[in-house]
Design a protein around this ligand. Structure first.
Ligand code: TYD
Length: 202
């Protein structure tokens, strides 16, 4: 199974991924853990270009194509072979981030982003996606502002959020919206329950 995690900046996605990893390890379940953009040598180099705050001149189209390029490498080098070998793959961000950030927030549109990503991904669509559903206004102040995307205004991140919500509605159940709880262990429990129900984990 191919599982992805999505959400706005600072919503606790990394913490939840770490908790999931720990849970799976403790229950003897193996998985391949990845992050996007990145997780191959070439994709990490592309990530460096995308997130470099010095690249203020980067056009939206260039940005979208670079995310797709990093993905094309990761799919062929790691994701496809792992899925073919029957492994569980868990990826921090994937196609839905491209649609939300480049399609909605940058204004390139869902169609363009999906089109370039159909080349990048071939058929490697996630089976289940956990969307940590928290408005950026609720988490924005805790975000670092280190990289180029984090430096965008709150209005940009609001559009990202709308992009995730819209995709959840049309995903035919693939994207599961998880509203974070005050206690992160409760959020973790909700994620475990959702992934079990989908048959992605035991
Ligand atoms: P990262 O530091 O991994 O962010 P986070 O910890 O919030 O996941 O940086 C990834 C950034 O790239 C993040 O701002 C989201 C953005 N992004 C896109 O704009 N499009 C994409 O397709 C992907 C995968 C990420």
């Amino acid at each position: 199974m191919f599982v992805t995690f999505e959400g706005c900046e600072g919503v606790g996605k990394s913490t939840q991924l770490a908790m999931l990893k720990e849970y799976l390890k403790n229950s003897g379940q193996e998985a391949v853990y990845l992050r996007e953009p990145g997780s191959t040598e070439i994709s990490e180099k592309i990530r460096g270009i995308i997130l470099d705050p010095a690249n203020t001149d980067m056009t939206a189209e260039t940005e979208a194509l670079l995310y797709a390029a990093a993905r094309a490498q990761l799919v062929r080098q790691v994701i496809r072979p792992a899925l073919d070998a029957g492994k569980t793959v868990i990826c921090d961000r994937y196609i839905d981030s491209s649609v939300a950030y480049q399609g909605y927030a940058r204004g390139l549109g869902e169609d363009f982003v999906k089109k370039i990503n159909s080349y990048a991904m071939e058929n490697a669509m996630p089976d289940v996606t956990i969307f940590i559903d928290l408005r950026p206004s609720a988490s924005f102040r805790s975000v670092s502002r280190n990289d180029r995307l984090e430096r965008e205004a709150l209005s940009f991140h609001d559009k990202v959020y709308e992009g995730f919500v819209a995709q959840t509605a049309t995903s035919n159940g693939r994207i599961v919206s998880i509203k974070p709880e005050k206690e992160k262990i409760f959020t973790h429990n909700k994620i475990i329950a959702a992934l079990r129900e989908k048959g992605a984990i035991r």
